[in-house]
Ligand binder design. Structure first.
Ligand SMILES: CC(=O)CC(=O)SCCNC(=O)CCNC(=O)[C@H](O)C(C)(C)COP(=O)(O)OP(=O)(O)OC[C@H]1O[C@@H](n2cnc3c(N)ncnc32)[C@H](O)[C@@H]1OP(=O)(O)O
Ligand SMILES: NC(=O)C1=CN([C@@H]2O[C@H](COP(=O)(O)OP(=O)(O)OC[C@H]3O[C@@H](n4cnc5c(N)ncnc54)[C@H](OP(=O)(O)O)[C@@H]3O)[C@@H](O)[C@H]2O)C=CC1
Length: 293
């Protein structure tokens, strides 16, 4: 039976959650954003408004489209508010036990025919699906950061994902105007299997003293035409997320070439997670970012 997605739930209102709510609202879908923190929900709504306003100023969207999109995005402090969604996308932190608990709580309230998706960067979709009551209606829908600007979304089927779910996810992503890359359910899928070892290697390059933060980022921006240097990009993604992805690659593929750089571990242990905590490979607390090494 075909599934029509009209109402979308988003769990986790961090940078990815607010981006997904933003693009879904703009595409004319009703959105309910949920988070464990009421403060986070409030600031996510303000961020979405700010990002929509930037798009109006740049004439990417009209003022009317901004207003319409905002009016479609609501927030819910408990999971009950997601009960009648057709699709719920989980976008909480990259920790398997957190995601499993969310799915357990979500399945208790969500209508049985609804589809559940995870925006995980790396974790097995088959394994996450097994913590739900509907593995056949579970899929990986992996957006890229920043969601309103990046064109790609990866779709990942778990072993049990049925064709109806895959087709509905495809239709949903197409409606958002994004390009789809289909990936097999392997650790970190396609983009992060390639991108994260490059970022980890850039951190080793720093750790071994081959270059400092500025030299490494300038080298890849000006020498390889990357839009952001790898350390700037790591701060943008979040160093906790980068470390989690490397750990999934290291454990999942059992190959020492994916060993997370000890310097990355140290930054995460310090709570220097990048832009979201205002300190990572750069310090963002002043007027302009200053390298921390
Ligand atoms: C970890 C995973 O699981 C997967 C991943 O996502 S990996 C990460 C993938 N993403 C990347 O690799 C991003 C690499 N960087 C880029 O492509 C570019 O730097 C970029 C597209 C992010 C920005 O490009 P830019 O035009 O050079 O930068 P910038 O001038 O700062 O921003 C341009 C506009 O983008 C928009 N923008 C920037 N960040 C935004 C955000 N978070 N949300 C919405 N809009 C944003 C703004 O409209 C901004 O306009 P203003 O100048 O008015 O602020
Ligand atoms: N950052 C990136 O570039 C990309 C990330 N992803 C993936 O998206 C997901 C989210 O990443 P990102 O947005 O960067 O992370 P953030 O740290 O920005 O946001 C995560 C959000 O989830 C909230 N949260 C934590 N636990 C729960 C819970 N039990 N229920 C509801 N909300 C919860 C956090 O709240 P609090 O802070 O209060 O704990 C926070 O608001 C991860 O799986 C990540 O791997 C995918 C593509 C790109």
């Amino acid at each position: 039976m075909a599934v029509t997605i009209k109402k979308v739930g988003v769990i986790g209102s961090g940078q990815m959650g607010n981006g997904i709510a933003h693009v879904a609202g703009l595409a004319g879908l009703d959105v309910v954003l949920n988070d464990i923190s009421a403060d986070r929900l409030k600031s996510a709504m303000a961020t979405i408004n700010g990002n929509l306003s930037r798009q109006v100023a740049k004439q990417v969207i009209t003022e009317e489209a901004r207003k319409q999109a905002l009016s479609r995005i609501g927030s819910a402090e408990t999971m009950d508010g997601l009960a009648d969604c057709d699709l719920v996308i989980e976008t909480a932190v990259e920790k398997e036990e957190v995601k499993r608990k969310i799915f357990h709580d979500l399945c208790a309230v969500l209508k049985p025919e609804a589809i559940i998706a995870s925006n995980t960067s790396s974790i097995s979709i088959t394994r996450l699906a097994s913590s739900t009551d509907r593995p056949e209606r579970f899929i990986g829908i992996h957006f890229m950061n920043p969601v309103p600007l990046m064109e790609l979304v990866e779709l990942i089927r778990g072993i049990a994902t049925d064709d109806t779910t895959f087709d509905a996810a495809k239709e949903f992503v197409t409606r958002l105007g994004k390009h789809i890359a289909v990936s097999e359910d392997f650790p970190a899928f396609i983009v992060n299997r390639i991108l994260l070892p490059m970022i980890n290697e850039a951190i080793y390059t720093l750790y071994e003293g081959v270059g400092n933060v500025e030299a490494i980022d300038a080298a890849m921006k000006l020498g390889a035409h990357h839009p952001m240097g790898p350390l700037e990009l790591a701060d943008f993604i979040g160093l906790d997320t980068c470390l989690s992805i490397m750990q999934v690659l290291h454990e999942g593929l059992a190959d020492s070439k994916y060993r997370p750089c000890p310097l990355l571990v140290k930054y995460v242990e310090a709570g220097w997670l990048g832009r979201k905590t205002q300190r990572g490979f750069y310090d963002y607390r002043g007027d302009k970012p200053v390298p921390t090494r």
